[in-house]
Design a protein around this ligand. Structure first.
Ligand code: ADP
Ligand SMILES: Cc1ncc(COP(=O)(O)OP(=O)(O)O)c(N)n1
Length: 270
């Protein structure tokens, strides 16, 4: 009997596990597989959560996090890495140290701070560590509006403020910046992108009337990382990721009773 051997590009996600399967590492893994990219994982935290909210968080011991990085670096050929929920200052610093130490390709930092239901996924003290230790390593940082406000210290309530915030994020060391607009008021959602060469553009889409948006930020960043691992340039990776994300929001699946997960089979429905 003949066998079939295939190779797929590999990406790495460094984040927390979501017991309900919709966000965090679970979303990243689903996104990578949907892109035909192989996902490796460094688990930083385990969360007990469902579509109503977060009921518990357990951060892992530093040693096992460092060991996960070393195991992956010793064996796999990672072509892009994405970070998500990191929990506290100590864990941000452990992850930053590992990312500076190993070459995993382009680094996408999704500075996850608060879950949809309002639970804190990053301590206040850790925000400084994200700014000083992680952003200088970032090929791309992908904050939502609230995260961008926290990281820059400015209120983002006008298009000018949005641009200023992106420039502040660049001055903190992030090469490219994508500020997501999902938390804006209104039916038109705008993501603002500022590239390293100072080119800027926006991606605009209409708001889908749904509460099933658990994991949008993770999925977006993981899709960008997957596209980079596949060899696309950053702009194509962002644009294709946005299209992928939209298919996961518009083709809804029913899981749980609250903020349900995205549909990673969405592309197959179109
Ligand atoms: N209801 C929605 N309809 C369409 N797009 C959405 C919806 N909610 C979020 N998005 C998109 O998902 C992306 C991430 O959303 P956002 O809420 O800004 O970030 P996060 O999920 O990290 O909090 C953005 O590009 C935003 O436009
Ligand atoms: C373990 C874990 N990581 C991240 C999040 C938040 O992810 P995000 O994509 O921002 O999802 P929503 O905020 O849209 O739910 C999480 N809830 N859990």
């Amino acid at each position: 009997m003949s066998s079939n051997v295939q190779q797929f590009p590999q990406m790495l996600t460094v984040a927390g596990i979501d017991s309900s399967g919709g966000a965090g590492i679970n979303a990243d893994v689903a996104t990578a597989f949907a892109h035909h990219v192989y996902p490796a994982t460094v688990v930083v935290a385990v969360t007990a959560q469902n579509t109503y909210g977060v009921q518990g968080v357990q951060l892992l011991e530093p040693q096992i996090i460092e060991q996960q990085f070393a195991s992956i670096a010793d064996d796999l050929a990672i072509r892009a890495v994405k970070t998500g929920m990191l929990g506290d200052q100590q864990h941000v610093e452990i992850v930053a140290k590992a990312l500076a130490n190993y070459d995993f390709g382009p680094i996408i930092i999704d500075p996850v701070m608060v879950a949809k239901g309002g639970a804190k996924l990053l301590s206040n003290e850790a925000v400084t560590a994200v700014k000083t230790k992680l952003l200088p390593l970032a090929t791309l940082v992908t904050p939502n509006l609230l995260e961008a406000q926290q990281l820059t210290g400015i209120e983002i309530n006008t298009p000018d403020n949005l641009v200023t915030a992106a420039h502040i994020l660049q001055s903190l060391g992030a090469k490219n910046v994508l500020i997501k607009g999902g938390h804006a008021i209104g039916n038109e959602l705008t993501d603002y992108i500022l590239l390293a060469n100072q080119t800027e553009f926006t991606l605009v889409n209409s708001r889908v009337d749904t509460i099933r948006t658990h994991g949008t930020g993770d999925t977006y960043a993981a899709a960008i990382a997957s596209n980079l691992a596949l060899g696309y340039d950053l702009v194509s990776s962002i644009k294709q990721a946005k299209e992928y994300l939209y298919t996961t929001i518009t083709n809804q699946i029913i899981v749980g009773h609250g903020h349900g997960p995205l549909n990673h089979w969405g592309r197959m429905c179109n």
